[in-house]
Structure formats: C-alpha cells, structure tokens
Design a protein. Sequence first.
Length: 461
Amino acid sequence: MRVLKFGGSSLADWQRIENVAKIVLDEFQRGKIVVVLSAMKGVTDRLIDASRKAEMGREGYREDIRWISEKHFETVRRLFQPKDQTGIITSLQLMFNEIDDLLHGVELIRECSPKTRDLIMSFGERMSCTLFASYIESRGVKAEMVDARECIKTNNRFGSAIVDFERSYKLTAGKLKGKVLPVITGFIASTEEGITTTLGRNGSDYTASIVGAAIGAECIEIWTDVDGVLSADPGYVKDAFVIPQLSYQEAMELSYFGAKVIHPYTMIPAVEKRIPIRIRNSLNPSAEGTLITESVERQDRAVTGIASIDSIALINVEGGGMIGIPGVAARIFGALAKASVNIMMISQASSEHSICLVFNESDSQKALDSLREELALELETKRIENFELKRDLVMIAIIGENMRGTPGISGKLFSSLGREGINVFAIAQGSSERNISFIISKKDEVRALNTIHTAFLKGKG
C-alpha cells in the first residue's frame, strides 16, 4: 500500500487534474494506493479572502465565490461527458450554497471566528476530492471520496489543530479497509464532537503522513511541481541539482531553512513509523525524485544541500552587567516568548558579554519593545548597553549528514566567504554537526549561495 499526495500546483486546472488522474490510474495498476488531495490551486486563498471581506461587510466576497465556482464547473465541463456532468455539478452546487450561507452569516454579524474560518476553508479539499473521485470513476475504476473529518481527530485549536494520533490511526485504518481507491481530503480534520478543524501549513502533506502511518504504508509519495529536493534554490543557484537521497534529519533541516517541498512536522508520523517519503514531480512523472529515509548511503560529499531564509533581523544584547549573572538569558527569552517572537537562532560569546538573537524581520519592533521593558533597569544603570538592531539580513545554512566528524568544514565555508569579501554577522552550530548556520547581509545572498555551492557541491549533481 502506498499513499500518493497531490498538492494544489498539481491540481491547478482541468489539464493538471487530467494529468494527475493518468498518474493515479497508472500507479493503481502497480498496486494498492490511497490518494490524498489538496484544494485546486488558489482556492484556499480565495476562501480566506472571501471570509475576510465578508467579515468587513464587503460584497466582494461574492466575486471570490464566483471565481471558485467557475473554476470547478469549467473543470467539470472539460473532463466529463455531458451525460456524466449532472451528478457532480449538483454535488458541487450544494457545497457552494452552503459556503454562500456561511459567508452571508459572517457578513451579517461582522465576525469570522477561527472555528468558522476552518469550516469555510474545508470546502476547497472537499470539492477537489468529490470532483476527482467522480472523474476516476468515469474512467472505469471504482473510487470513493473519504472525508478526513471522519477519521482524523484533533483538539479544538482552530487553524493549526493538534492531532490525536492513537484515535486517528484507529479510525483511519478502519475507514480505509476494503476501499478500492480512496480519495482523501487533505488539510482538514475534526474534533471528537465533529467540529471541523484544519491542520495548518502544509496540512495535506500532514494528512498523507498520518494516513501512511495509520495503514503501515510502504511509502508516502508527495507529488508536487519540482523534480525533488534541490541542493539549493534554483532561482539563485543555476547549478542546483536534485538530491537523490536524504535522511529524515537532513530533510527536516532543509525544510526548516526554506526548502519548501515538505514541512518538518508533516514528516513526524512517517519518521516514527520509519516509512520512506519520496518527493516526485506530477509534471515529470518519469523523474526518480528524492527519497527520504531513516538512513542513506554515504556520499562523497560532506554537504548535502544549502538553504536560506530571507527577511531576517538580529538584535545584539551586550553589556558587562551580564557577565556571571544567572537568569539573564532566561529573562531575555521569556520576554520574547511573551511577545510571541520566535527566536530562530542564538549565538553567545563564552565571555557572557553578549547574546545575539535572530528572528523574522516582521517581529523587530515587538522584540525591541519587549526587551526594553524587561531590561529597563539594566539599561538605565548601564549594565546593558542600548540594543543593536540589524535588519535586511539573510540566514544561510549548510546541511549534511556527512558533516558530522569531518574536519575542515567550517574552515572551508568561511574561507570561501572571506575570499568573496562577504561579512558574517553571527554563526551557530549544533552539537549534531549536521548544520552550520550564519547571518549575512541580504545584498550578499546570491553571491554567498553560489560561492558555497561551488566550494562544496560543484560537479556533485
């Protein structure tokens, strides 16, 4: 049994859906599969926009719904014979009527709670799966749309709900038993009371991972619009290549640092059950893609890939009053946590004279305000100097399982940057040795990525 998940880019229009159907039917001939689908491309964003417009009392939300309905009805007209269109159009129209009623209610009370927004967002996946399952049946294979709300159970943290794995695994395995070709809604789930929830960013990948773990799948395949996980961002590095194999840890590191193919927490159920994950391209199904497993064959390269995150800011907390005083770091981190500022990287000198904190640039003012409030006395008495804030920065990371225990990686990295005259503001490396992260100016990003790629990965593709 394999789980095949297709994202919105693979379901952008009727031609892409026809292409996905061909892949699914071909894979179905090879063995038992379960299909997990996202909403058609752009639909979830339009549903969110519609909910916000309705909340503000703006009639424009009706235009969003017209756009979504026409996108689906055009797909039906293109994919189905006229005699087969009535049933699917009726099913979709009933959902559009429900969306319209919900949004009209939001417009009247001028409020859209996270609970209501989750219900509104759920229609994207429900419509795409209803349409796709019907199309597969029209091609001669018995398929059934499975609403994930009936088998994936969560708490009531709407917008990014926490999964009850034990309960969800049991329900999912039971729900899928005996199904010929299940087509499951990604992204959505429900509480034990049946209230609709969503699984947050990359929620459909998460659904695929949960389903795979529940049925003991031999592989989870994430079908997207790229050939696999790349060694660097091809928009910056023209020599970037597909990485054939990654360990779970390497994939998590690369995902966190901007490789958007798969999100780290979506892998958790698969990692726990030791199920391989393969990234494949629905636009190029002959490509092998990237296989993510517990362990990989040792390559002749220390660095596996390079990733970067833009829009980074840095605050340097510095002062003689910090030296040897217990609890200063705890107060700093507590203040930022209270302000909901996520710290992405930390660097501290052994002298304890300074702590460098890195976070999203959008959190700059919140971070400054919270630190000034928490450390007001230290600032007033000069035990801590005024905070230094740097904006317009980039975080870059080199990642690789083979970096562990390999001497000279840091020397080679920073020597190559030094030869290019690229200044490094902060550095961090964990004891796992799989990752070296550093902060540079945004203006140096492209040059740095290409310099590092040449130094460590040239000719390795």
